[in-house]
Design a protein around this ligand. Structure first.
Ligand code: HEM
Length: 463
């Protein structure tokens, strides 16, 4: 592949385009020369350091712009949202998610979002609180003193159970381990399946990785089809999300070329995956950060002891568990579960002083922006007080976007805050979690930001 050197702001293909400053070499050329993929987080961080709010590079013929400016993020996600669809890597995840809410576009996306909305409405979600606390208490009561736990895995099992029970009225029981393993297998193959050129064709070849992916996908599909079947045969006096999906709003709108169940499968699996992995990671990172910051942990314990006084948490406690919420917010600043997002431009567009062609990929990273000195004082310090009522006013609000923004903003945001706060409070009533000193904790940027190798922690009784 030919590489090409070009100075900043000099138009490339058509004279009128104005590109941000950027890399002198085509990125594909750099990757081929080194024969290894670029590590995305340090790469994005160096773009932000060298080029500031916007940086331009090319991969082959593809224009890419990486933005690290809250106003540019707002332009792409909110103001000019109609000109953008999800970028290619997200579209590739159709291999797993099919045509669910995350990958759908236009009218199909609007249909799905509208139909699911009631299940995520602020007036609906309080009914999930008791189940969340009940399942968190079950997890907490199963642990024994000084038990060594892979906290990332424990949180995954818990949040999988929460999504299954609250949104789909399904008890996973022992099956949760098998489902979590199937999902882990899929995530482990993520780079292989999603980033490979021609992944859509490769998926039909019997390569070992592909076979493992297909097996794991079949396992998840079996669960989803069983849930659909159970909902069809059970009376729906307690309607949940799947009931809503099965009912009228979804009924007539089906495209004729896909079977109704296959479409439902995509919608269910999307919510299922989006709704558990993100929260599980946020919780795992929070437990680890708390263990590293005893003064923050002590303040967090004081809050839950004072507010709950030994009883189980309820929905009504949420507004008073303010410090717990600040701890979670600060944890998602340093370790945002959705660590980067991308869009593909449908038409030429302006961005500040730049004018960019249709087809440009725009990338942004919560991880990079949340750790930028321009937007957060002392950005690498874990300090929940920066989310306190006084400090909030002084922050650049749009620089913090763990749930995205605009028309595709996370539908499960309120659900996630509620679950995160209730789970933290319930488990911390009984346990402190302690990590091994010599453990190397590193973020692994897959679909979500996971702790590579998990986090091994010991459960220490609080009293
Ligand atoms: C800490 C937890 C969570 C984080 C950090 C998170 C983050 C995000 C982000 C950044 C997006 C936007 C992606 C984009 O615009 O490209 C998104 C979308 C989405 N999230 Fe979440 N999420 C979380 C929890 C949840 C939960 C609990 C659910 C459901 C139970 C959920 C369901 C979804 C769905 C369906 C979308 C697609 C929305 C659309 O395209 O209209 N998420 N999430």
């Amino acid at each position: 592949m030919a590489s090409r050197t070009y100075p900043s702001n000099v138009p490339l293909s058509t004279p009128e385009y104005r590109f941000p400053p950027g890399l002198a070499h085509n990125l594909l050329w750099r990757v081929l020369k080194r024969m290894r993929p670029v590590d995305p987080i340090p790469f994005f961080q160096s773009l932000a350091e060298h080029f500031g709010p916007a940086a331009h590079y090319k991969i082959g013929r593809q224009h890419v712009v990486f933005i690290n400016d809250p106003e540019y993020v707002r332009q792409i996600l909110v103001v000019q949202n109609d000109n953008f669809i999800k970028e290619r890597v997200v579209q590739r995840s159709k291999l797993l998610l099919g045509e669910g809410m995350i990958t759908a576009e236009g009218a199909e996306h609007r249909r799905q979002r509208l139909a699911a909305q009631p299940a995520f409405h602020r007036q609906t979600i309080p009914v999930y609180a008791d189940t969340m606390v009940h399942l968190a208490a079950e997890t907490r009561d199963r642990w024994s003193a000084n038990q060594q736990l892979n906290i990332a895995l424990e949180m995954m099992h818990l949040t999988l159970n929460v999504v299954a029970k609250t949104l789909f009225r399904t008890e996973l029981g022992e099956e949760v381990r098998e489902i979590a393993k199937a999902i882990n297998d899929i995530m482990g193959l993520y780079h292989f399946m999603i980033l490979l050129p021609a992944a859509e064709s490769l998926v039909h070849f019997p390569l070992p990785g592909v076979l493992k992916f297909r097996r794991a996908r079949r396992r998840l599909d079996a669960l989803v089809y069983r849930m659909i079947e159970q909902h069809r045969s059970a009376p729906d006096d307690e309607p949940d999300l799947l009931t809503m999906m099965l009912r009228g709003s979804y009924g007539d709108a089906y495209r004729t070329d896909r079977s109704r169940d296959a479409q439902l499968r995509d919608e269910v699996i999307t919510i299922f995956l989006a709704g558990y992995e993100t929260v599980a990671n946020a919780l795992a990172w929070t437990w680890w950060l708390l263990s590293q910051h005893p003064e923050v942990e002590a303040k967090f314990h004081r809050e839950i002891d004072t507010i709950l006084n030994g009883r189980r948490a309820t929905y009504d406690d949420l507004p008073r568990l303010r410090y717990t919420e600040m701890v979670l917010a600060e944890s998602m600043r340093l370790y945002p579960p959705a660590w980067a997002m991308g869009r593909h431009a449908l038409r030429d567009f302006e961005l500040g002083p730049y004018f960019l062609p249709a087809g440009t990929t725009v990338l942004m990273s919560q991880f990079v922006m949340h750790r930028s000195r321009q937007y957060f004082r002392d950005p690498l310090t874990f300090d929940p007080d920066r989310f306190g009522p006084d400090a909030r006013a002084g922050r650049t609000r749009a620089a913090y976007f763990p749930f995205g923004a605009g028309g595709r903003q996370c539908i499960g945001e309120a659900f996630a805050w509620m679950e995160g706060i209730l789970v933290l409070a319930t488990i911390a009533q009984k346990w402190k979690l302690r990590s091994e000193d010599d453990q190397r904790i590193e973020p692994e940027p897959l679909i979500t930001l996971r702790p590579r190798r998990g986090i091994s922690m010991r459960a220490v009784p609080r009293n």
